[in-house]
Design a protein around this ligand. Structure first.
Ligand code: K2U
Ligand code: ZN
Length: 185
């Protein structure tokens, strides 16, 4: 398995609607595995394929140990009065904003073995499902901000993005314990 580079805001792949998966192949299972590894390394609770440069309808989620591979996910229903909560995005580092979302959601998707399943969720898991499915439609959480808040977020990103040449965020696993000493040249 490998840790993949994450594409950040400015990369057109994040705005392209993704293509449905035709067949769940071993290669797709490998992508799902790499997406989980990348998500954990980036300390996320969700990750969508466009965020690793793949324009396919695939996402992964792990909220408090509840793990889901979302292949061709669709929203079956959403209920409840919209609730506001702060969101961030691994593709827009250090930018946060309040997003209104309906609290209860039911989704239908294929798992990594190609079997169809339905899942209902609320709270953080329900929000994560919606955040990831938005990614697959080229939608980002900043699209929900008020014009003023979005303008402020984008102004901040203009500065932040200098740290991500080529719109690439390299994910590092923090090495616990060991300290690498630069060899004197
Ligand atoms: O898709 C992504 O970029 C990962 C998102 C998923 C997410 C954002 C907001 C609310 C729910 C899910 C996050 O950056 S993962 C980071 C994170 C971790 C714990 C709680 C909220 C966000
Ligand atoms: Zn995101």
């Amino acid at each position: 398995m490998s840790i993949l580079d994450i594409r950040v805001l400015g990369d057109p792949v994040l705005r392209k609607p993704t293509k449905p998966v035709i067949e769940v192949t071993d290669e797709l299972r490998r992508l799902v595995a790499d997406m989980f590894e990348t998500m954990y390394a980036a300390e996320g609770i969700g990750l969508a394929a466009p965020q690793v440069g793949r324009s396919e309808r695939v996402a992964v989620v792990d909220v408090e140990g509840k793990k889901y591979a979302l292949i061709n996910p669709q929203l079956v229903s959403r209920n409840g009065a919209p609730e506001k909560a702060e969101e961030g995005c691994l593709s827009i580092p250090d930018i946060y904003g309040d997003v209104d979302r309906q609290p209860e959601v039911t989704i239908r998707a294929l798992d990594e073995n190609g079997n169809q399943y339905e899942a209902s969720a609320n709270e953080l898991l329900g929000r994560c499902f919606q955040h990831e499915i938005d990614h697959l439609d080229g939608k980002l959480f900043i699209d929900y901000l008020s014009p003023l808040k979005r303008r402020a977020a984008l102004a901040k990103w203009e500065k932040e993005k200098e740290g991500y040449p080529g719109n690439i965020r390299k994910v590092r696993t923090e090495v616990k314990g060991e300290h690498h000493h630069e060899t004197e040249m």
